[in-house]
Design a protein around this ligand. Structure first.
Ligand code: APR
Length: 361
């Protein structure tokens, strides 16, 4: 039987979001209905609202979520009703070339939810990142559900569904930060701070946080930064070199997504170092570099997709580390809010006041 729940939609480009009644059908083959317990407010939700992702309005927003599986459709065996799960936005196929070569984060054929949730008048909703979890319940592909320790707070668990995983994964999966490495992180929002936490977890000896906002640098210290550089008052490339005996960092993680910070990351690495690009640029942005510098510098330049994570491997591991007190995921939750507060949460995000506002149900 289809159910009616409350959810938050973005009705049209730049229009304020609003709470609406959403119709959730029964799960079909391979699908699951999840009772959402918490969902973080991410920049990507704001981009959806602004029409920056695509024009498939209205969107059912929200994608950084955790909750309890309520029912599953035919053929679903990996999760069952009652399981506590974190939702992911890349349910990989397991069969394409990328999956078979052990790089499922590049899967060509992700199986995310079909667009079967509607408004009361039958208008089809586009679930943000195939999830749509600013709602009391949502319909997803069962492969988007990853079981984790049910003892953890849902507000903390849900964060792994996007930004925090992207940052930690940029350090530990893409950057392969190792014990004793020097790491620089350019841009210390939620993603950069998660990269700092990941670098600390991996045993980095020196973690240099770079931002243009002193408040962000203070938070970065709490996440594990050993040094900070305000790039409004110092050249970050020179500062990173000075802090690494003139060499540059072993791993530089860019978590802004702008040409000037891409360039800083390129030049701030050790000649044999790794640059990890996790900040997402806009389509019109260009990067110009002297080819001789590209040729003359070794190491590698990698982009990081969702922290190159394997949800079923990484989500439970990071929750375990949090539960053991070795990774403070709770530090990313600035405030918990209700479904009706999302517009204000976007405003606070814009002001740079919060790492994460999390809707709790
Ligand atoms: N140099 C250094 N830091 C900068 C600069 C700059 N030129 N410009 C902005 N910043 C800092 C901001 O002060 C802020 O602390 O970058 C940080 C960006 O953080 P958020 O806006 O909170 O974004 P976040 O959610 O962390 O995402 C960062 O990663 O996954 C991507 O799409 C995401 O591109 C985005 C990036």
């Amino acid at each position: 039987m289809a159910q009616q729940v409350q959810g938050v939609i973005a009705p049209g480009k730049n229009e304020p979001v609003r709470v609406e009644t959403i119709v959730i059908p029964d799960p079909g083959p391979g699908e699951a209905v999840v009772k959402v317990q918490a969902c973080g407010v991410c920049h990507t939700d704001l981009h959806y609202k602004q029409g920056g992702i695509n024009d498939d309005f209205p969107f059912l927003l929200g994608h950084e979520a955790a909750g309890i599986v309520e029912s599953v459709g035919e053929g679903v065996t990996d999760v069952e009703p009652g399981d506590f799960v974190v939702l992911n936005w890349r349910a990989v196929c397991g069969q394409c070339r990328a999956c078979l070569r052990g790089r499922p984060w590049y899967c060509f054929d992700t199986h995310n939810a079909t667009q079967r949730m509607t408004l009361l008048d039958g208008t089809e909703l586009s679930p943000a990142l195939g999830i749509g979890a600013f709602a009391e319940k949502t319909l997803v592909a069962a492969g988007q559900c990853t079981k984790v320790d049910p003892e953890v707070s849902p507000a903390v668990a849900g964060l792994l569904g996007c930004g925090v995983m992207a940052g930690i994964g940029a350090a530990i999966n893409t950057g392969q930060v190792g014990r004793g490495d020097s790491v620089a992180v350019i841009g210390c929002g939620g993603v950069g701070d998660a990269a700092i936490a990941g670098a600390r977890l991996a045993g980095a000896a020196k973690i240099i946080a770079v931002d243009i906002d002193d408040r962000k640098l203070e938070t970065a210290k709490k996440m594990g930064a050993t040094h900070t550089v305000n790039s409004r008052s110092a050249d970050p490339v020179e500062a990173i070199r000075a802090l690494t005996a003139g060499n540059g960092a072993d791993v530089v993680i860019e978590a802004v997504g702008r040409p000037e910070t891409y360039k800083q990351a390129f030049y701030a690495r050790d000649l044999a170092g790794t640059v990890v690009l996790v900040g997402v640029p806009t389509p019109e942005m260009q990067l110009e570099l002297p080819l001789l510098d590209v040729f003359g510098r070794g190491g590698s330049l990698k982009s990081s997709w969702y922290g190159d994570c394997l949800p079923s491997r990484d989500f439970p591991m990071l929750i375990d580390l949090h539960q053991q007190g070795r990774l403070d995921l709770g530090a990313f939750v600035t405030e918990t809010i209700g479904l009706g507060d999302i517009e204000q949460a976007f405003a606070r995000m814009h002001e740079g006041d919060v790492l994460r506002s999390v809707v709790v149900f």
